[in-house]
Design a protein around this ligand. Structure first.
Ligand SMILES: [Fe+2]
Ligand SMILES: [Fe+2]
Length: 289
């Protein structure tokens, strides 16, 4: 039902041919850096935006990278893929004006992606680039919700603020399709691999699917999302104390005391990533992607 709804609604952006090829090239184990470069080079604007992100302070490169081929060699195939898909997410968010602040929502996506990558590194989780992308895409359902039901989305966010209750709990109370379900369906429609779909579906409450083969990734993004909401309250349309699922501690092998240490680490990560988080993909003149 939701799937049909999403595929028939013209407000939902569909990845253009370049983005579709980036998704498939990057999930193909036999694809080479050259293949990715060829696909991205089809869109000149995209290459420029990727290079701007690669040169941000977050990656701390000693010199400026001016060529896509160099970027792929230096920061890696998967990172370049992630940045390309971040640019697409930014455009999807800015495809229509609604009642919510899309720049803030995008900053929430990027912060969650960056925090997810840091947490993954900290606990020794291997697929760091996958976790970054899962963090970037976790709340993609909010784009769908906002584009399809703009007044409703705005009202939900207002209620979240008034009641100081997380957005997803307000959604639960309203008993309609929520951003987790919508996000999962949207990523399936866009042909993202299963792990990203699962993160979109369970990132608010991993214990709803404790046996998922992707439970580690779900918990990493869940925790990153909690921190992201603490650092930037309301940016994700959610207010009040974020909900932290106790399952996270078991799955990630953490103790509650680790949260404080992690908070301070993420403060430094946040400072270092400001140019990525705030408008990293805007054009020079401030014109949106
Ligand atoms: Fe969410
Ligand atoms: Fe979120």
């Amino acid at each position: 039902m939701i799937k049909e709804l999403l595929s028939t609604i013209s407000e939902i952006p569909t990845p253009d041919i370049v983005v579709q090829q980036i998704i498939s090239t990057a999930s193909n184990p036999n694809a080479s850096a050259k293949d990715l470069e060829k696909v991205i080079a089809m869109d000149v604007g995209l290459s420029t935006k990727i290079l701007r992100l690669v040169n941000s302070a977050y990656y701390g490169l000693p010199r400026k990278i001016t060529k896509l081929s160099e970027a792929i060699v230096i920061v890696g195939f998967k990172t370049v893929r992630n940045l390309a898909l971040s640019v697409f997410t930014y455009s999807a968010l800015h495809s229509k004006h609604t009642f919510i602040d899309h720049d803030k929502l995008w900053s929430h996506f990027m912060t969650t992606a960056i925090f997810s990558e840091h947490i993954a590194k900290r606990i020794g989780f291997m697929n760091r680039e996958e976790v970054f992308l899962a963090g970037m895409m976790h709340d993609v359902g909010k784009i769908a919700l906002d584009l399809v039901f703009p007044v409703y989305t705005y009202e939900l966010s207002k209620l979240s603020q008034e009641k100081q209750t997380p957005f997803f709990l307000i959604e639960y109370k309203c008993r309609v399709e929520d951003h987790m379900e919508l996000g999962g369906e949207l990523l399936k429609l866009w042909k993202f691999p299963d792990e990203y779909v699962s993160v979109a579906q369970y990132h608010e409450k991993p214990s709803l699917n404790p046996d998922s083969p992707y439970i580690e990734m779900i918990c990493i993004v869940h925790l990153a999302n909690v921190f992201s909401n603490i650092f930037m309250p309301g940016y994700s349309l959610s207010y009040g104390s974020p909900y932290l699922d106790p399952l996270t501690f078991n799955v990630l092998g953490m103790k509650p005391g680790d949260l404080k240490v992690m908070f301070h680490e993420l403060e430094r990560v946040f400072e270092r990533s400001r140019d990525m988080i705030y408008g990293g993909v805007q054009d020079e003149a401030g014109i949106q992607a």
